[in-house]
Design a protein around this ligand. Sequence first.
Ligand SMILES: Cc1cc2nc3c(=O)[nH]c(=O)nc-3n(C[C@H](O)[C@H](O)[C@H](O)COP(=O)(O)O)c2cc1C
Length: 161
Amino acid sequence: MKVSIVYHSETGNTKKVGEIIAKGVKKVEDTEVQCMSIEEVDKEYIEDSDVVIFGTPTYAGSYSWQMKKWLDTCKLKFAGKIGSVFATENYLGGGADNAELAIISELLVKGMFVFSVGSSKGQPYTHFGPVCIKDGTEEQKERAEIFGQRVAKSAKELMNR
Ligand SMILES: Cc1cc2nc3c(=O)[nH]c(=O)nc-3n(C[C@H](O)[C@H](O)[C@H](O)COP(=O)(O)O)c2cc1C
């Protein structure tokens, strides 16, 4: 099963968190993952992926305009794939939850099956998606890695891969 992680990152935090999530995905057998910036996406790989995980920095309490522009203009077909999200922010309560929900609404409109793991696997719960302050405390990084592993495992079961 292929998993794409697509992020926007100006100063590297969101990129680093994406790479941590990829580490978790790789722990699931027969799963491959590619982590890519919106500036350099492998469109074929994304089209072949069952899961696309989107990462964004928080900008003014929502997701970045660069990510929004990319999602609105990339012309990729996301319908029928599983979509998950993660975000970084500078301050606790800085709006990362809202950034995630805003991306989620776009994924729903694109026809994706949105999955956050939530409380389905016990602790640590991910509410809308993992959130890291800058590139994450040790605990936040661990949560991000567990999230990647859980999304991939559940997607594999669901997609019969
Ligand atoms: C234009 C702009 C707006 C931002 N707005 C917020 C915000 O509302 N809340 C917050 O906590 N951080 C905010 N930040 C900080 C970024 O979300 C944070 O540094 C993020 O980790 C940057 O990700 P990157 O290194 O992947 O670019 C903002 C940064 C920029 C450049």
